[in-house]
Design a protein around this ligand. Structure first.
Ligand code: NDP
Length: 474
């Protein structure tokens, strides 16, 4: 094995000491003056302070969005709206490196992921939806689909810029205006995106960004918006659905998951091992569709596990800004303690934990990649979303048993199938209760491909032609 010398990213983005709320095209402080800090999870150092939006600020932002929707953005032709979205997409590409470094600093994820995945995919969402803006009448959703109005959007901390683009690009393409609340621990790239909206000359009020915590999200959900789009935990998604039941607000929910990644005995094992690693260790496992339950056919289980452990032992954990880093920091102290607590229940319930020998930095929030064997379906580590770099391995003997175990979960977001037989892929995909099924690959995303869940993983689709429907009155 080669030893890698450190290869730290040399560019540092211009991060301001303080950011305001972005309302009506301007940065303003909160009405009550509240502020909070955003911390770099790999060093625990404060990066900047930011205004925290309260109910009064939510009212102002929704009013600004309403004005912009009724007077400028709604009446504008799709062709003109598309030009703005193309401009945003191009500006994101131009400033890609700056956004990638900023995301790694605020979130803790490795630079190679922000550089090669988060930022390019976010730009792709704007390019893709820019193309739809003047073609909505041909999307198969009726001859004259109308915007819904003002959209309230609440996003999590695992893909801050990407989730922003999944939410804002389709909403704007369809003629809506938005008020978006980024997660408390990762507001930076949303605030930089607000600056980019100014640079693109986007009409004031079309995009409004309100940093804050859960209370800000709840205030936004309770405000007079026409639709709520939420990505986050099933518990909060359920509370939101309850709180707006009976109102005229539309709702889409993209919630948690506990995906099965199924390896049949005829799978190309080395390729499957790469897919297992990508499935659970990409983004520190902070992924709603992570392949967190490995279901491996008993006859190849020993071989798969041996090669998997050898591969995991080569993963480099550490400085997110080092270009060789595979696994960065856990996003927050709270998330780290959640992962630790759930992992302890695994050992407590009798599963066997394995971790590679690797040094962790002294400061910051870190967790070693972990593989649990001897896992039973009844254990918490097999049932609950850990949202960290922790894989639970279960075995099966027959294809029917694999499907039964894969579907034995309240979630239904994604699944993976590894086999050399196309017929087995189709057979499994038909039976798996999941919104997305990947075959001989994992964690593939494209703006043209709809994404979303079944059961407690939520409802509504994001991306593709299907994703437009959630932002149109059809
Ligand atoms: P949450 O669901 O609490 O957070 C998602 C977003 O919702 C954040 O912006 C959050 O604000 C906001 N929010 C929190 N409470 C409310 C509320 N009552 N009304 C409206 N918005 C609200 O997830 P957490 O960050 O707390 O993570 C907890 C667990 O959730 C994780 O361990 C993981 O298992 C799961 N999770 C799943 C995600 C997914 O994509 N499936 C994404 C994130 C988490 P704030 O940032 O202040 O909390």
């Amino acid at each position: 094995m080669f030893e890698y010398a450190p290869s730290p990213e040399s560019v540092r983005p211009q991060i301001k000491e303080h950011y305001g709320l972005f309302i009506g095209g301007e940065f303003v402080d909160a009405e009550d003056g509240a502020v909070f800090k955003s911390v770099n999870p790999s060093t625990e150092e404060a990066l900047f302070t930011v205004a925290e939006a309260g109910e009064a600020d939510v009212r102002l932002a929704v009013a600004a969005a309403r004005r912009a929707q009724e007077t400028v953005w709604g009446p504008m032709s799709g062709t003109e709206r598309g030009k703005y979205l193309f401009r945003i997409a191009r500006l994101l590409q131009e400033r890609a490196r700056e956004f990638a470094v900023a995301e790694s600093l605020d979130n803790g994820k490795p630079i190679k992921e922000t550089r090669d995945f988060d930022v390019p995919t976010a730009a792709q969402h704007f390019f893709y939806h820019a193309g739809w803006a003047d073609k909505l009448a041909y999307a198969g959703l009726g001859a004259d689909p109308r915007p819904l109005g003002v959209i309230g959007q609440v996003i999590p901390w695992n893909f801050p810029l990407l989730m922003l683009s999944w939410k804002i690009a389709p909403a704007l393409a369809c003629g809506n205006t938005v008020v978006l609340k980024p997660a408390e621990t990762t507001p930076l790239t949303a605030l930089m995106f607000a600056e980019l909206c100014q640079e693109a000359d986007l009409p004031p009020g079309v995009v409004n960004i309100l940093p804050g915590a859960g209370a800000t999200g709840a205030a936004l959900v309770g405000s007079p918006v026409d639709k709520v789009a939420f990505t986050g935990s099933t518990a909060v998604g359920r509370a939101i659905a309850k709180s707006i039941a009976g109102s005229k607000k539309k709702l889409t929910l993209e919630l948690g998951g506990k995906a099965a990644n199924i390896v049949f005995d005829d799978a190309p094992i080395d390729q499957a091992v790469e897919g297992i690693v990508n499935g659970i260790f990409f983004n520190q496992g902070h992924v709603c569709c992570a392949g967190s339950r490995l279901l491996v056919q008993e006859s190849v289980a020993d071989d798969v596990l041996e090669r998997l452990k050898a591969r995991i032992a080569t993963l480099r954990v550490g400085d997110p800004l080092d270009k060789n880093t595979d696994i960065g920091a856990i996003n927050s102290a709270e998330q780290l303690s959640r992962i630790q607590a759930l992992t302890e229940t695994g050992t407590g319930e009798g599963a066997e934990a394995w971790q590679p020998a690797c040094d962790l930095p002294e400061r910051g929030f870190w967790f070693r990649p972990t593989v649990f064997t001897g896992v039973q379906q009844s254990m918490r580590i097999a049932k609950e979303e850990i949202f960290g770099p922790v894989l639970s391995v279960l075995t099966f003997r027959t294809p029917d048993e694999a499907i039964a175990k894969a579907n034995n979960t309240p979630y239904g977001l994604s699944a993976g199938v590894w086999t050399e037989k196309g017929s087995k892929i189709l057979w499994a995909a038909e039976r798996l209760r999941a919104g997305v099924v990947w075959a001989n690959t994992f964690n593939q995303f494209d703006a043209a491909s709809p994404f979303g869940g079944l059961k407690e993983s939520g409802y509504g689709r994001e991306g593709g032609r299907q994703g437009l429907e959630a932002y149109l009155d059809v």
